[in-house]
Design a protein. Structure first.
Length: 433
């Protein structure tokens, strides 16, 4: 009874103050709304980019914000501001709309990862699993050496000949290298097929497109640089031999329905249609990367079933590369087993980041358990040195995305529908577990 009287009294005071022309007292939600927090978040990410040149992977928001960010904000001030924004966000009442709720969770996790990256630049180096949790909101499973030994044992009879298994593997797969003078022609055929198949299921802005560049001296095999206005530049690293399976892998991962489609749908559905400016910037070391890399890797299975891919490659890509299509089944029989060694990269990175092994030992581990030759293993070690726990986004990300989508439907059409929904939403690792 007393509580009801108090409410009436407060309301009467509020009404009186409004009648007198006074401004009503602000609630926490009115002090700073989600839109203001989102704008501040974008500016903080750009400020972080002044300290960490790899941090801002893409930006197509207001140009004046990027100009403002050229004045270096101290790292501690960036972390403090990120923490303050998270606290403000927590004070705003939880929305009932699912997309708004996902947006709130997205901003919270991205800001938390920003704080963690500041800590890294300030010399606070976490253990591998702690770092991946802080930056990518996920921890990859740990596998013992016996796990990889069993896969290698299954490969032994498939790779006869002299020398170590990795030597035999390299000798065997030389027959499947795309000649450099045919690389672009083969890659363009793969892109065309992936694009046609994607457009049959996902509506993209009519002006979307990307260009392809061939580069060298990079720690990665391929990269998508999203430029905004539904355009990308895709770079393919030719430092090492490019094998025939990489044509569709790269076309799907970097292009259709991978990174290019992911960024184009975010720009169309979230930035332009909803005005959610936080998606006009992509901080690389953040939970968003697990979704980006996971969907790009799983997209290879969405765009082509295993049987469809084999038929297309035998009919189109292998002849274009001058490789005998009669060996396609043999090639993928081996490659399917090699793919199961993917988590060996995580184990090398985990040990290296944790200080348990050095770079040379990491290279040796990758040669032994990931079946990489010395050059490829050294390139992978350079990637680990530069990107550390980022490696989990490829294999763990792919597995998480696959599990999430396949739980929601087993037909090809259902997979496409759920895949598009995931690409065009603010979902993060915690939302797809």
């Amino acid at each position: 009874m007393k509580r009801a009287s108090l409410v009436v009294f407060c309301l009467s005071l509020l009404a009186a103050s409004i009648a007198d022309g006074a401004t009503p007292p602000a609630t926490p939600a009115m002090v700073t709304g989600v839109k203001d927090i989102a704008e501040a978040y974008v500016k903080l990410v750009l400020a972080m980019g002044q300290h960490d040149p790899d941090y801002v992977d893409a930006y197509y928001g207001p140009p004046e914000w990027k100009k403002q960010s050229k004045e270096k904000k101290p790292l501690d001030a960036i972390a403090s501001e990120a923490r303050r924004l998270r606290e403000q966000l927590a004070k705003i009442s939880e929305p009932t709309d699912e997309m708004e709720r996902l947006r709130r969770g997205y901003l919270t996790k991205q800001l938390s990862a920003l704080e963690a990256r500041v800590g890294f630049l300030n010399g606070e180096h976490l253990k591998f699993d702690e770092e991946s949790q802080a930056l990518y909101d996920a921890v990859a499973p740990t596998f013992p050496e016996t796990h990889f030994q069993e896969i290698l044992a299954a490969l032994e009879p498939k790779l006869p000949g002299e020398g170590s298994l990795v030597q035999r593997y390299e000798n065997w797969r030389r027959a499947f290298v795309i000649p450099k003078d045919k690389l672009d022609a083969v890659f363009q055929l793969a892109i065309k097929a992936c694009r046609e198949r994607t457009l049959a299921h996902i509506k993209l802005p009519p002006e979307e497109n990307f260009s392809v560049e061939y580069v060298t001296n990079k720690p990665w095999g391929g990269y998508n640089w999203y430029k905004g206005n539904f355009r990308s530049v895709i770079q393919v690293n030719t430092d090492l031999p490019v094998y025939i399976d990489r044509a569709i892998d790269l076309a799907a991962h970097e292009g259709y329905p991978g990174h290019h489609v992911y960024n184009a749908l975010l720009e169309k559905n979230l930035v332009r249609d909803r005005g959610w400016v936080e998606f006009s910037v992509y901080p690389l070391f953040s939970p968003q990367s697990l979704i980006a890399e996971g969907t790009a890797n799983y997209g290879r299975e969405v765009v082509f079933t295993k049987a469809e891919r084999l038929a297309f490659e035998k009919e189109v890509l292998w002849p274009a590369a001058g490789i005998d299509p009669a060996r396609a089944e043999e090639f993928y029989d081996v490659q399917d087993l090699v793919k199961k060694l993917g988590y060996a990269t995580n184990e090398a990175a985990r040990q290296y980041v944790n200080g348990e092994i050095n770079a040379n030992a990491a290279t040796t581990w990758l040669q032994k358990y990931a079946l990489m030759d010395e050059k490829r293993a050294k390139q992978a070690t350079k990637f680990i040195e530069k990107y550390r726990s980022y490696v989990i986004n490829y294999n763990l990300g792919e597995d998480m995305v696959r599990n999430y989508i396949e739980k929601r439907g087993g037909t090809a059409e259902q997979r496409w529908r759920e895949f598009e929904r995931l690409l065009a939403s603010p979902r993060l690792p915690g939302d797809i577990r």
